[in-house]
Design a protein around this ligand. Structure first.
Ligand code: C2E
Ligand code: MG
Ligand code: MG
Ligand code: MG
Length: 265
């Protein structure tokens, strides 16, 4: 009996594996047409200044409602696009949309755009980004490029050249999800970011966790020493907002201040 059970377990595993593989294939196959049809869009979430709780900018977050599969979460389709290489095309498509949106906003508001480390591995990334910003005639300092630290941020020559070009042109650079995954202090040095975004895993539940507060304090100390601003992510309650403001974070983002919204960009 034990043997049959094992076999069934293997079959179930096979079926689930095949199902997941098929889903990934479908998503990969449909990315192009979704861009053509513009069913991949951007929502915008406010980033507020702690002093007056008014928006200083918006983060652009990709959204895709697939014709038959329904909503697909960005980490799922972004990771598939990274695997197939479609991320270069998708990234440019989203960058264009976000910069266009920025051109409709007040001059003092910035737009933060998430960029995959894979995009930085292509030499043409920085010139492509500059062309888009020139085309819409906006000031590059209003565009913030959010990069998530990861193993694929390899700091090759190409990545470093892209980062330098982007900085020299006037874009600002943020290190996203700081403290998770593959963060390393040497990446922090190499990236020379203008801003750090504290991941929501540290802000969530921080009222009950002196350890989390300790980590937030040390990130703030680090960023002060390096002249970087700090954005706290995932703020859902006034109590957490007050604590992060008291600790000295510059900006906050989270459902308390506003969810990602369809602002027609
Ligand atoms: P991220 O850049 O760290 O974005 C923050 C995520 O937290 C977003 O999820 C946002 O909707 C969510 N969030 C914001 N405030 C709160 C809050 O108060 N509570 C909770 N529970 N969640 C909150 P989303 O939109 O699902 O995006 C997930 C990740 O997918 C992003 O994390 C980013 O890494 C990636 N992503 C999204 N759009 C893009 C894109 O256009 N390009 C690339 N390369 N990656 C993207
Ligand atoms: Mg982000
Ligand atoms: Mg991220
Ligand atoms: Mg983040």
């Amino acid at each position: 009996a034990a043997k049959t059970l094992d076999l069934n377990a293997y079959r179930l595993f096979d079926i689930e594996f095949a199902h997941a593989a098929k889903r990934r294939m479908t998503i990969g196959r449909d990315l192009d047409s979704a861009m053509q049809a513009e069913t991949i869009t951007l929502h915008y979430q406010p980033v507020v200044s702690f002093t007056d709780k008014r928006p200083v900018g918006y983060e652009a977050l990709a959204r895709w409602t697939h014709d038959t599969m329904g909503p697909i979460a960005p980490p799922e389709f972004i990771s598939i696009a990274e695997e197939t290489g479609a991320i270069h095309c998708l990234g440019k498509y989203l960058f264009d949309k976000a910069v266009k949106f920025a051109s409709t906003l007040d001059d003092n508001l910035w737009v933060a755009i998430n960029v995959s480390p894979i995009q930085l591995q292509r030499k043409e990334f920085s010139t492509g980004a500059m062309d888009i910003v020139r085309r819409y005639g906006i000031h590059p300092h209003r565009i913030d490029i959010e990069i998530t630290e990861s193993a694929s941020l390899d700091m090759s020559r190409t990545v470093q050249d892209n980062l330098r070009n982007l900085r020299d042109f006037g874009f600002s650079i943020s290190l996203d999800d700081f403290g998770t995954g593959f963060s390393s202090l040497s990446q922090l040095l190499n990236l020379r970011a203008d801003r750090i975004k504290i991941d929501q895993s540290f802000t969530r539940g921080c009222l009950q966790s002196p350890e989390k507060v300790g980590i937030i304090r040390s990130i703030l100390g680090l960023s002060a020493a390096m002249g970087m601003q700090v954005v706290a992510e995932g703020i859902e309650t006034p109590e957490i907002s007050d604590l992060l403001q008291d600790l000295g974070c510059d900006y906050g983002q989270g459902y308390l201040f506003g969810k990602p919204m369809d602002l027609g960009g």
